[in-house]
Structure formats: structure tokens, C-alpha cells
Design a protein around this ligand. Sequence first.
Ligand code: NAD
Length: 370
Amino acid sequence: MSVLEDFETGVSSSFFGEISRLGHEQVVLCHDEATGLRAIIAIHNTVLGPALGGTRMWQYASDQEALTDVLRLSRGMTYKAAISGLHLGGGKAVIIGDATKQKNEAYLRRFGRFVQSLYGRYITAEDVNMKTSDMVHIAEETKFVTGLPEWMGGSGDPSPVTAYGTYVGMKAAAKKAFGSDDLSGKRVAVQGVGQVGMYLVGHLRKEGAEVFITDINEGKLELVSKEHGAHVVGMDEIYDLDMDIYAPCALGATLNDDTISRLKCQVVAGAANNQLLDERKHGYDLIDRGIVYAPDFVINAGGLMNVASEQRGQVNKDATMAQAEGIYGTTLAILNRAEEEGINSQEAAIMLAEDRIASIAKVKQSYLPN
Ligand code: NAD
């Protein structure tokens, strides 16, 4: 029986079991008859600050799949904020629906009111299938929204910062794997040339890497291959390529039992969230294959740094890019720590993030009058 079915029958133990297993504080189901809105907001941890994380709109195959996604994504946001030294907790929202048909002003504003009802415990932003223009509608109903366009004083599209952080994180992983962070002449396969992948390809080509790209969208492939001189490869072919670095920049869970044994690279470093289907098993499978893995939530944190500047009311692209540059040092420190402790890099990153949360939780134990 699925967690939600169990919940629907009123036997709530496994619904709460699922939430407590990953350590969530609060999960909110949002429903509106008039607009057809169905959303889930998950607040994982608010020790470091308000839970900030984007809203993803997706046609999930089931409510269970949506719940699993939002729980995993919000937990990742907690670790991303913590490892990046930000004063933010982790949260995420998913809207269950077809972004091409259902999204309109009323629908988004209704969602904004649900965000407002949490009164700042959760702050939203864009994610897959949600744009800055959608945030403008949401902002009509709540002040707890980031990722607004620059003309509204927002931080605009976070993708260039995410791509830059991913690029420097990839260089750190290359340093660990090859002894040098020079990517010129390296064969890099980028899976997904959307907002982030496209900018990443630009950085790689500028440094002289040979880049292979794949995407389900033919138009994007044509554009990026023409603009940057990247080679187009098939969707499944990418896993078997003779490559040095594999960069997943589409959706999650592409590191799994079917793919890892096929990878011939020495580094995996990309922007997609939740790349490891099973954090523990697949993290160790990569080590067994001699592959250095740059933890996704560490190297894709540039976008969060971007919206965090907006949340602080200090939007400054140069300062945010400089902050994203720090991802190089963080990644290298994590990879070294993982090697010293004989654990996989994902576990090392989580350990460091949890250490910071635990130590700040102790700081906050003492009473301070308002
Ligand atoms: P996007 O939707 O603009 O791009 C994703 C691309 O992947 C699209 O071009 C899509 O056609 C392609 N794609 C989808 N399924 C594919 C498949 N099976 N094989 C190959 N290509 C496929 O999204 P984005 O903003 O570029 O984000 C990419 C990833 O990075 C996502 O996982 C996102 O959660 C993560 N991420 C993005 C940001 C950001 O700032 N945009 C920040 C952190 C993490």
C-alpha cells in the first residue's frame, strides 16, 4: 500500500513514517476546486532559517510520486543551504499538473496564497516548468517569493550562476581525478542543454573542452551545437561514450544500476538534482568504478545563492558569482574528506551539512529577548 493510499484510509502511521524517515518538519497539501490547483509544500528543516526552495510543476504519474519527489527535493535544499554557508532552511513545493495547459494567473495566485499562509516558514522560487514571469503572479499574493525579474528588484534567472558554480565544481572534481583542473582537451558529455546545460557548455567550450550534448528537445540541440560547436549524441548513447566527464543537467536518478556500469568517465559533475537513485549504494558503486562524484547539491548551489541574495535584499550579480566561485574549494574539501574517511562523497557532503545544522541548533538554544 502506498503512503498516500494509507493516508487516505485514515491509517496515517506510514504517511508520518515517510515524513519522519527523512526528518521533515511539516508537509502541507494544497487543494483548490475553482482553479484545479493541487500542490504539496514540504518544509524539511528550518534550523538555519526559513525554508527556501523552488516550485516544480510536473505531470506526476501518481500523487505518491509527487510526494516522494517533494520530500527528496526539500531535504536536498536543507543540505544545499547548509553546505553553502547560507542562513536558510530547506523546503520545496510541487504542483501536480500540466504546465502547458493549467498554469494561469488565478491558478498561480491561488498557489501564492497557500505560500503566504505559511507566513515565511517557506519561501518559494522557480524550478522546472516555473519561470520568473510565474513568480510575478505569485508575488501578487505573497511576499515570500524570490526569483523575481530584475525589473522588480529581483535576482532574475538563476541559471547562469548555477551553471558557473557547476563548472567550478567540475574543475575541482577534475583536480581530484586527474591531478589538474585544466579542462582543455577533456571530453565532456552534457545531458540536457536547457537553461543550465546551455551556459555550462559555453564555459566548457571557452576553456577548450570537447563537448558532447544530448537532449529530448531537437531545437535546443541544434541551437547549442551551432552556437558552441558541440557534438550531438543520442539520448541513450551518452552513457556509453568514451568520455572523461559526464555532466547530468536534465532530470534526477540517472546514476543507477543500469547506467553506472556503462560509464567510462572518471568524473561525474552536473547540475541536476538527486542524480544518485540510491545515495548510498550508487555513491559506492561510483567509487568501485574509480569515478569521482561531485555531489549535486554542492555544485548546483549557485542558483540558491542567487535567490538568497534577493531574500536578503542584497541583489548583486558580481558578489553572487564570487560566492559561487567558492564552490571549487567546498567541493575539493568534501572530496578530500570522503577519501580520508573512506566514505562516498555524497555522504561526506551530508555529514558536513548536518554538522553545521547541529552546531547552529545549539547556538540557537539560548534565550534572547526580541
Ligand atoms: P531546463 O528544463 O531548462 O533544462 C532541462 C533540459 O533537459 C531540457 O532542455 C530538457 O529538454 C532536457 N531533458 C529532459 N529530459 C531529458 C532526457 N531524458 N535526456 C536528455 N535531456 C533531457 O532545466 P534547468 O533549469 O536547466 O535545470 C536542469 C537541472 O538542474 C534540473 O534537474 C534542475 O532541477 C537542476 N537545477 C537547476 C537550477 C537552475 O538554476 N536552473 C539550480 C539548481 C538545480
